[in-house]
Design a protein. Structure first.
Length: 482
């Protein structure tokens, strides 16, 4: 019944959008002094409206596929520690483990708004041919979390300190419709889509802590079911360059390919029923052959305007408290909330479900002005006894506003938080100094270097307390120093 209601709602909303075009035409025709649109003009406007919906609905899937290509086609085998050290990138073929053999920094560009608190251990999976079994070793009481994400960027499972504690774990990634048998001790995970992404994050306190984390990362494995329990060495994979999408409709062409590969959730049936009118279907992907030049031009404009909409939405999600944007605390990420899902993808792809980790963002200072250290310095002060309440750890990371990546600086410092040795003020408060130049040797422990240009910050609560999730705890605002 619930699924039926969701589909009905989706269909009604989509239908209302289309009918509004016809209604506006009729209204114009009956209004003195107004000229009705021609049929061609109406079709172009319809294409634009559908294009906006398709862009917002499909944005996360396209960005996910681009990230997948960047991280699975960079080499014929998983990244080595030497390669990671030289490039700052980590990668691995599909169904193999790619590990960050150190703390991330500005060199890492495959995903925007990455973090420097954890070392990643990831796999882009494809269980179409057979299940693959992910092995997670005993964490030895170190914080970790493995986030299972489908092709639509929905989180569908967690294996973490919060859910499983420290123990050996084995998970079989099973595609929709698979009904075979699994070995004893292997937990079946039914994946909503045949392909997806699993992100493992292991807490790392500092560069000195990296070797201990690497020892755990080496024990994380992916094994096909057919080889499970046997000696298995992941094969080298011939790198086939990613398909190139060019032209004004490249976005929809790539979205069509992803849709044809993974299908779509049942709840999206109504919307897809509308999008077929612009040539987008599960059966054939995107086919623009039946569209006029005016319709194609309208779709190209929808890509430009859709991106602007996501940029605006990403800077104003949820409610604002002391300048920080607080995303809704939901049990499910993301369901049919397409705009929220796309805006999250635009700002910080692959965010955790709030009960695991919560990420407020700040783009403006306490006076409502854009954060920009070319025009001044900033501070963020926690009152005595008011540091963030978390079960694991917290931090704030700084990114440039244009590329949405960490910024190179002399200290190679990209975040500050509970793992750092922050000095307290005489009154017991703790101040973080956000500026381009050093605040002085005595305060450098609390200095978060910033570029001389617009920037933003993401705050990360790992295992946030109930006071964080229900809004009782408030982050202090970012104050511009006079």
């Amino acid at each position: 019944m619930l699924k039926m209601n969701v589909r009905k709602l989706t269909m009604n909303l989509a239908l209302a959008t289309a009918l509004s075009l016809g209604a506006s035409t009729a209204l114009m025709a009956s209004t003195p002094g107004k000229t009705a649109m021609t049929a061609d003009e109406a079709k172009a406007k319809q294409a634009y409206a559908l294009g906006i919906q398709a862009y917002i609905w499909g944005y996360p899937m396209v960005i996910m596929q681009k990230s997948r290509d960047a991280m699975t086609k960079a080499g014929d085998a998983p990244v080595t520690p030497e390669q990671f050290s030289a490039t700052g990138q980590f990668f691995a073929p599909v169904n193999q483990i790619g590990s960050a053999w150190g703390m991330l920094g500005p060199k890492f560009s495959a995903v925007q708004s990455g973090n420097s608190d954890t070392q990643y251990s990831v796999t882009w999976f494809d269980s179409s041919d057979e299940p693959y079994i992910l092995h997670i070793p005993d964490a030895k009481k170190r914080y970790y979390t493995y986030q299972f994400i489908d092709a639509f960027t929905n989180n569908f499972h967690y294996a973490s300190t919060r859910t499983m504690g420290s123990q050996d774990q084995n998970y079989a990634l099973v595609a929709p419709g698979w009904n075979g048998k699994l070995p004893k001790g292997v937990t079946k995970i039914e994946c909503p889509t045949p392909t997806g992404f699993i992100i493992g994050r292991w807490f790392v306190a500092s560069e000195k802590d990296v070797p201990a984390v690497n020892a755990l990362l080496k024990k994380v494995t992916m094994t096909p079911l057919s080889a499970y329990g046997k000696a298995y060495t992941p094969p080298k994979v011939k790198v086939i360059p990613a398909k190139k999408y060019t032209g004004e409709l490249a976005f929809f062409e790539q979205l069509g390919d992803v849709l044809a590969l993974n299908g779509a959730p049942e709840a999206d049936d109504g919307l897809l029923g509308m999008l077929k009118n612009m040539g987008l279907t599960e059966a054939h992907g995107f086919d623009a052959s039946a569209l006029s030049d005016a319709e194609k031009k309208a779709l190209a404009q929808a890509v430009i305007d859709g991106n602007s909409m996501l940029k605006a939405k990403s800077a104003s999600m949820g409610k604002e408290v002391n300048g920080w944007q607080l995303s809704p605390v939901l049990d499910t990420y993301f369901g049919t909330d397409y705009l929220f899902r796309a805006a999250i993808g635009y700002q910080a792809m692959f965010v955790n479900t709030p009960i695991e980790a919560y990420y407020p963002g700040v783009f403006k200072d306490s006076k409502g002005n854009t954060l920009d250290t070319s025009s001044g310095n900033y501070t963020m002060t926690f009152a005595k006894g008011a540091l963030p309440p978390v079960g694991a750890f917290w931090s704030t990371t700084l990114y440039d506003a244009k590329k949405r990546l960490m910024v190179e600086n002399a200290l190679h410092r990209y975040k500050l938080g509970s793992a750092d040795h922050l000095k307290t003020n005489k009154d017991g408060s703790t101040t973080i100094y956000i500026q381009h130049e050093s605040p002085g040797k005595d305060l450098e422990s609390n200095w978060l270097p910033a570029p001389q240009e617009p920037f933003y910050m993401l705050f990360r609560y790992y295992q946030p307390s109930i006071e964080v999730l229900n809004g009782q705890y408030e982050l202090p605002g970012v104050v511009k120093v006079k």
